[in-house]
Design a protein around this ligand. Structure first.
Ligand code: WTA
Length: 681
């Protein structure tokens, strides 16, 4: 069985002197500066710690409130903060109604189907308003959704996904969107944890040229949830092609309902947006941490919406007249904050693309950008690497013109950055490398696009009001410019910060604050720096370079996975006695999981076992977690106290001959055997 695991000493990773060449910097072009939203350097003075927290009133004023707040920040019980206390608002009103009144015919969502012969669907703010109202009526009348309920949404990248989210928000219900690529089991676990008994899904969707049957996952989700004591009352199924059911799986009488059949009953229905307290939760978003169980990050209505609205305006430079395209999936935080809430709250047009960037060829994104006149483009380093590999010269064949481009989710190598800048952006667009997390709601570090230089490979300094700091193991501050790495923390709270972990406030404190809090009884927020879990170095100019996770999280293609989740899945194969997963370097995906397993005594290694281990990981979590390789080894390298030395395995996976010091191991001889097995020779 899984053995208890102490945290591994990673001292040499976090305290290493980091040597890299300071990169040449790039300046934004005058054309960009001339039109930018954030051009006044005085903004940063207004958001200095001296003016904290009132500076954030400026963010909240970008929203329409039913009732103004009386207290900007209630920090009486750190690290549990309440922002804009006394205020009331509705998120769907702010993202839909207020723009629909001013500019009903403006496109809110451009839905781009993966098959290129299917027309792009342009959903105007008026259309969106009608759809959100009708679906909210269905949720309320037919499914009985009330304020405070949790509604699980397991959907692909289609326009109906934001419609469903905004309908929940309209009713004051929390949505819990589960990434469409996650398995039925992963979806069920999240439903059980959230106590959510309504599932919104879709029958099918296109991915890489195939119409995938998605409804099948809903059946397994319901079964799996039932095994854990949760009854799913209703499964609401959108049709990818309205009027036609595209799944092979039959409907279950009394439980499964086709949304498109029900909607005509609510034609013309209008649902008054429920006026919610600013600190009412808007949604849950599950993410991986250092335990085997994903945790639900809880975000507020007022603080979160103010934060993503303002950061989208100032750092993505979004204006109503822009066409903005973020290629992330709405099932991750990037999609929530910077496909749905941030862009729509700013009244701009946001693109929702169903498929993969390289389908049917690597010119696809640039054709979409040309056709829609995309001005702001947002994606991950993994997608940039993929597009570069598949067609390094392709972007220059197209006439798209971006003013700003964004990267998010993982460190970007300076030479990948330069390809993005010169080839995709044609040397004209500003690039912002944005560092943040599911927990932080919105950007924490990036440069102000018109005011600051760009430095390849570095997220910028803290954004407005955010004060980053790097601590060493003992909580001593590491001076910017010293070249030393440490734990990246934020000194102060901010409105977009998570409120808590759903149902587990102790875990919230322990995970993000305990390490650097010197006095657990302190009621002063200054004593509660937020610990992000990333290692970083701050340069003399304040630019933060992210080195990667310091905890048991690995980042595969910009997706966050828990090592324990993967290992626990592997251990479900009966022959497996022990498992250790490491993040191996990958040219395209940044890092990928390599899985090492040891079998029970007497069991012969076989390809069949390897395959079953790999399939199990995919079934329990989803395809994104499927290991690159499963290595069956005689034993895992361990210290005398029984800790698995993952660092040695990672070195082997990366093809390094020198795997570091093995003298402290209980079984040093196994290292050479594993190295030969994996690397050959
Ligand atoms: C990593 C995604 C380097 C980091 C928004 C963080 C980054 C984790 C960057 C959060 C970046 C995110 N440069 N690394 N610009 N942005 N990361 O919760 O390790 O899915 O802790 O949020 O991604 O991943 P999450």
């Amino acid at each position: 069985m899984a053995q208890a695991r102490e945290p591994e000493p990673v001292v040499d990773e976090r305290s290493i002197e980091v040597h890299w060449r300071e990169e040449d910097t790039y300046q934004p072009r005058p054309e960009f500066i001339a039109q930018a939203n954030l051009t006044d350097p005085d903004f940063y003075r207004r958001f200095s710690l001296d003016n904290f927290p009132d500076c954030y009133d400026e963010y909240a004023r970008l929203l329409d409130w039913d009732k103004y707040w009386h207290t900007t920040l209630d920090a009486s019980n750190p690290p549990f903060y309440k922002w804009f206390v006394g205020g009331r608002l509705n998120a769907s009103y702010n993202c839909v109604d207020r723009h629909r009144v001013k500019d009903p015919n403006k496109t809110a969502i451009h839905f781009v189907p993966e098959p290129e012969d299917e027309p792009i669907l342009h959903v105007t703010y008026q259309d969106l308003w009608i759809r959100v109202n009708e679906f909210a009526a269905l949720l309320r009348e037919f499914a009985g959704v009330k304020p405070g309920d949790r509604v699980t949404i397991h959907m692909p990248m289609v326009a109906e996904l934001p419609v469903a989210m905004l309908a929940c928000a309209r009713l004051g219900a929390m949505h819990s969107v589960v990434f469409g690529g996650f398995s039925a089991k992963a979806c069920a676990d999240r439903m059980v944890d959230a106590g959510s008994n309504i599932l919104i899904t879709m029958d099918a969707y296109w991915r890489n040229g195939q119409l995938l049957d998605h409804k099948a996952k809903a059946d397994d989700t319901v079964k799996e949830a039932a095994a854990h004591g949760l009854t799913v009352d209703k499964v609401l199924i959108w049709q990818r092609y309205p009027g036609r059911y595209s799944s092979q799986v039959p409907l279950v009488e009394g439980r499964d309902f086709i949304v498109n059949d029900l909607l005509p009953r609510y034609r013309g229905a209008r649902v008054e947006p429920v006026s919610m307290p600013a600190e009412a939760p808007l949604f849950l978003m599950y993410t991986s941490g250092s335990t085997g169980k994903p945790k639900a990050v809880q975000h507020s209505t007022g603080g979160y919406l103010a934060y993503v609205t303002a950061t989208a305006r100032y750092y993505l430079d979004i204006k109503p007249e822009d066409v903005y395209w973020c290629m992330a999936d709405i099932g991750w935080i990037t999609g929530h904050s910077y496909i749905v809430y941030g862009p729509l709250s700013n009244g701009t047009s946001t693109v929702v693309y169903e498929g993969v960037p390289t389908y049917p060829d690597p010119g696809r994104p640039w054709r979409i950008a040309e056709e829609l006149g995309v001005t702001i483009f947002h994606t991950s380093p993994t997608a940039i690497r993929q597009l570069r590999k598949a067609g390094p010269d392709v972007p220059r064949r197209y006439n798209h013109k971006f003013k700003l481009m964004v990267t998010v989710g993982e460190p970007i190598e300076p030479d990948v950055w330069r390809w993005y800048y010169h080839e995709v952006g044609k040397g004209q667009a500003v690039i912002v490398d944005t560092w943040w997390q599911t927990e932080t709601g919105g950007f924490l570090c990036t440069q102000a696009p018109a005011l600051m230089k760009m430095k390849p490979g570095s997220a910028g300094p803290g954004v407005l009001g955010i004060n980053p700091v790097v601590f060493d193991e003992d909580g001593r501050e590491i001076e910017p410019g010293s070249g030393q790495a440490g734990y990246l923390c934020i000194r102060n709270p901010w409105p977009g910060m998570m409120q808590t972990i759903w149902g587990d406030p102790d875990r919230f404190i322990k995970t993000y604050f305990a390490k650097f809090n010197k006095n657990p009884n302190s009621k002063d927020w200054r004593d509660w720096p937020y610990m992000a879990g990333d290692g970083a170095v701050i340069a003399e100019d304040g630019y933060v370079r992210i080195l990667g996770r310091l905890d048991d999280v690995i980042n595969v293609a910009g997706h966050r996975l828990g090592t324990k989740e993967i290992e626990n899945a592997a251990l479900q194969v009966p022959e497996v006695a022990e498992a250790a997963v490491v993040a191996a370097h990958d040219e395209i995906k940044g890092t990928v999981p390599d899985l090492y397993v040891a079998l029970h005594p007497g069991v012969e290694p076989s390809d069949d076992i390897k395959k079953r281990v790999s399939d199990m990981v995919s079934e329990v979590i989803g395809k994104i977690a499927r290991p690159r390789a499963v290595h069956i080894v005689p034993d895992l390298p361990k210290t005398r106290s029984g800790k698995i030395m993952r660092r040695i395995l990672a070195a082997i996976s990366d093809g390094r001959e020198d795997v570091g010091d093995v003298t402290t191991l209980a079984n040093p001889e196994v290292v050479e055997a594993i190295r030969q097995q994996v690397q050959g020779g």
